[in-house]
Write a protein that binds this ligand. Structure first.
Ligand SMILES: Cc1cc2nc3c(=O)[nH]c(=O)nc-3n(C[C@H](O)[C@H](O)[C@H](O)COP(=O)(O)OP(=O)(O)OC[C@H]3O[C@@H](n4cnc5c(N)ncnc54)[C@H](O)[C@@H]3O)c2cc1C
Length: 396
């Protein structure tokens, strides 16, 4: 699988800084050297690329959105989106691993943690010595995440966790997991709290590792809690505020899924652009047929529109504004566009699009997660509708 090479000019609605250009260059070089040669082998056997992830940590990518005083690279969501797009253009599995670590697991601690928790957990996570997971979903509660069954029962100065989380990215490799559990089932969304659970805690273990359609090198696992005792200082944020904080975390997380989709879509489009110039039928390169050119034009235009929405959400997030609507729009649009682009890329490759020796089929498999993870497309539409209905229409 080769690396996308088009220049940055005109891809973004702003001129990249020298640091951002440097970030893209470093990621491309790293991806070409350490990721691209291995993606199909990792994919085939569902191998989690721990070495590559550790090296990304050394490059600062596991702490990209956190300040240097907490071991991070001190960049913002705009840089983060650039990074996730670059990585995902080569391998979405790496993209989702970095995204779940940064904007879900580590960010929940950074956002809701007290100073002692931030000082203890964020530096090793942000510097990449440790990996984070974030556990909201359960077998019986996905879209309806507030209906969780995992309980955290207070007993003296400890909480006892019981229950199962499912589909947790980085689940079996994470050193630290943020886990949402019910502390008071009479209080609905205000009866859920977040906890920090360290690997090796008695009563906590990863369960089944999922065998997936795509993103097969990423680690998606069950987490099992059986009388797992936590000291009360592992409560993250106020008791009863775990779900509300989780929704704030998702505002940032959804921007990273939009970037994951952008990257996978761009990888597929680049592969298709190369292929249509090489493949000859009816005595000419298939790129010369207008029917093919129109497909490519639509793919490129939709991808750029998705990037604009994603970068808007990132810019607003960096400015400190609430981005519930913007991150949902970016996630919804980018993921649906990217699914269409990857589908069309397979079509442009013809029979070779169906064969594993060519890159299109992997993009097609990987991209589908983007319309599902961190809230399905249907849930994004519910969020966007709720947000826009709050505002009175402009009388212009
Ligand atoms: C590879 C992968 C990685 C993941 N990583 C994580 C992770 O790190 N942490 C984590 O907590 N979770 C993670 N998830 C879980 C993911 O967020 C959920 O799968 C997702 O939110 C959907 O939940 P569900 O699978 O239970 O589907 P369901 O909620 O059962 O949905 C089934 C269908 O019903 C639709 N639907 C549900 N409610 C409505 C409604 N009100 N109106 C219209 N349609 C509706 C959905 O859109 C969907 O099409 C991951 C999932 C996967 C596959």
């Amino acid at each position: 699988m080769s690396v996308a090479l088009e220049p940055a000019e005109n891809l973004y609605p702003f001129v990249l800084t020298e640091e951002q250009e440097q970030l893209r260059r470093e990621i491309r070089e790293f991806a070409a050297r350490e990721i691209a040669p291995n993606v199909m082998a990792w994919d085939e056997v569902s191998q989690f690329p721990l070495d590559a992830v550790r090296k990304l940590g050394q490059m600062g990518l596991l702490g990209i959105i956190f300040p240097p005083e907490y071991g991070g690279a001190g960049m913002g969501y705009v840089d983060y989106v650039l990074a996730i797009e670059e990585l995902s253009a080569v391998d979405g599995s790496i993209g989702i691993t970095v995204a779940a670590h940064n904007s879900l697991g580590t960010n929940h601690i950074f956002l809701a943690g007290n100073e002692a928790q931030k000082k203890k957990y964020v530096p090793p996570l942000a510097s990449g010595q440790q990996l984070a997971a974030w556990a909201l979903t359960e077998p019986g509660s996905g879209s309806d995440a507030s209906n969780a069954r995992t309980t955290a029962t207070k007993k003296g100065d400890r909480y006892i966790l019981n229950g199962n989380k499912t589909f947790i990215t980085n689940g079996s490799h994470a050193d630290v997991a943020v886990v949402i559990a019910v502390t008071d089932k009479t209080k609905g969304t205000h009866g859920l709290s977040a906890f920090i659970v360290e690997k090796g805690t008695k009563g906590f273990r990863p369960g089944k590792k999922e065998n997936k359609l795509g993103l097969r090198a990423s680690d998606t696992s069950e987490l099992i809690f059986e009388d797992c005792e936590l000291p009360e200082e592992n409560l993250l944020g106020a008791e009863g505020e775990g779900f509300v904080d989780a929704m704030r975390v998702l505002d940032g997380g959804r921007i990273s899924i939009a970037a994951l989709a952008l990257g996978i879509g761009r990888g597929a489009l680049d592969a298709a652009l190369r292929y249509v110039k090489e493949r000859r039928q009816f005595g000419k390169a298939i790129a010369e047929f207008q029917g093919i050119q129109w497909k490519l034009a639509d793919m490129a235009t939709e991808l750029d529109a998705a990037r604009l929405l994603t970068q808007r959400a990132a810019v607003l997030k960096d400015s400190g504004r609430k981005v519930t609507r913007e991150s949902s729009m970016a996630k919804l649009f980018s993921s649906e566009v990217a699914v269409r682009i990857c589908d069309e890329a397979v079509q442009l490759f013809g029979g070779y699009g169906f064969i594993k020796d060519y890159p299109a089929e992997k993009y097609y498999r990987d991209v589908k997660l983007c319309t599902i993870g961190e809230g399905t497309s249907e849930i994004q539409r519910m969020v966007i509708a709720r947000e826009i209905l709050k505002v009175s229409p402009s009388r212009g």
